[in-house]
Design a protein. Structure first.
Length: 319
């Protein structure tokens, strides 16, 4: 017993010493993206039709692939995975997030969602429990030693090739901009990612969803916490368009970013310079979805932010 106690005390003392050293050297400790393992940093884009790329000639025109190309032009090799799907709301993303994080093992996660929350049925979520954070979440937020050991474990367990996304039963992709006024009551699809399958699409909520902004705020906050708990960085993004529901959803996204301290890329503000007098048909379809040119502009601006802030595996620009 004495020997076991001495070993336990030694381990505890070593962890305390590691915590002190890491806090003293906080300015030089690598961020999570530097120690995730694998060949290239990995960025997971979560969202709805604005991420998926509805109405576009090909999915390569959607902003996640344009982001991949824009980072490449800046000399950054980053695997970008588009897990957006038309009709997705924040509850669907929240429910599927644990499986997506475990499958992709991203370094960075971008989230642009909320415009569908006011008119689609929320996905049932697990019981919230008593509201206390898990021990793992608490340690991740408060202990640099825990974060360092977690990141080291990730680095010693290299990832394979970036998983490919396959969309199945996909009528949403074949919709035309003029079809949005006659959408069906529901639209079902499926996303397959390395053998994992995720529901896609929507189910219309008759009369709309009461207090949808409250649900969106709660879901976004939970998504931010879950991504951080996984050891990845999270970046919230507002919608490029400020038309109708996009404007209200983007305001909630801004508020959650401020409340949680999550980084924010405010495409809504940035696109005002590109479209000072809507409708701007060169960058937006009539319903506010970005055209191919709009997606390319979004990809460039997200790439600029990632490089400027040293996020997503991209080294910070020297000044």
């Amino acid at each position: 017993m004495a020997r076991g106690g001495a070993i336990a005390f030694g381990v505890l003392a070593a962890l305390v010493l590691l915590e002190i050293v890491l806090r003293l050297g906080a300015s030089v400790v690598p961020e999570p993206s530097a120690l995730r393992g694998g060949t290239a940093p990995r960025l997971l884009c979560l969202g709805d039709s604005n991420t998926y790329g509805i109405f576009l000639p090909t999915r390569d025109d959607a902003y996640p692939h344009q982001l991949h190309l824009a980072l490449g032009r800046r000399g950054q090799r980053v695997d970008v995975i588009n897990l957006g799907y038309p009709g997705n709301n924040s509850s669907r993303i929240r429910a599927a997030l644990p499986s997506a994080l475990a499958t992709v093992r991203p370094d960075t996660v971008t989230v642009m969602v909320g415009a569908n929350d006011f008119w689609t049925v929320p996905e049932p979520l697990p019981a919230a429990g008593d509201g206390w954070p898990s021990i793992r979440q608490w340690l991740w937020r408060h202990s640099r030693a825990f974060r360092f050991l977690f990141m080291l474990r990730q680095a010693l367990s290299p990832r394979g090739a970036a998983p490919e996304v396959t969309y199945r039963a996909d009528p949403a992709y074949r919709l035309r901009p003029e079809d949005t006024a006659t959408l069906p009551a529901d639209l079902r699809g499926e996303i397959e990612l390395d053998g994992q399958r995720f529901a896609g699409g929507f189910e219309r909520k008759e009369g709309g969803v009461p207090n949808w902004q409250v649900g969106l705020r709660d879901n976004l906050a939970a998504i931010v916490a879950a991504v951080r708990d996984s050891g990845a960085e999270v970046v919230l993004i507002t919608y490029p368009s400020e038309q109708d529901a996009y404007r209200f959803a983007s305001q909630v996204i801004r508020e959650v970013a401020a409340e949680t301290g999550a980084p924010l890329i405010d495409l809504g503000v940035q696109f005002r310079a590109l479209c000072p007098a809507p409708p701007c048909p060169d960058i937006f379809y009539p319903d506010g979805h970005p055209t191919a040119a709009g997606h390319a502009a979004a990809g460039e601006r997200v790439a600029n932010w990632l490089v400027e802030h040293g996020a997503g595996g991209a080294p910070r620009q020297r000044r």
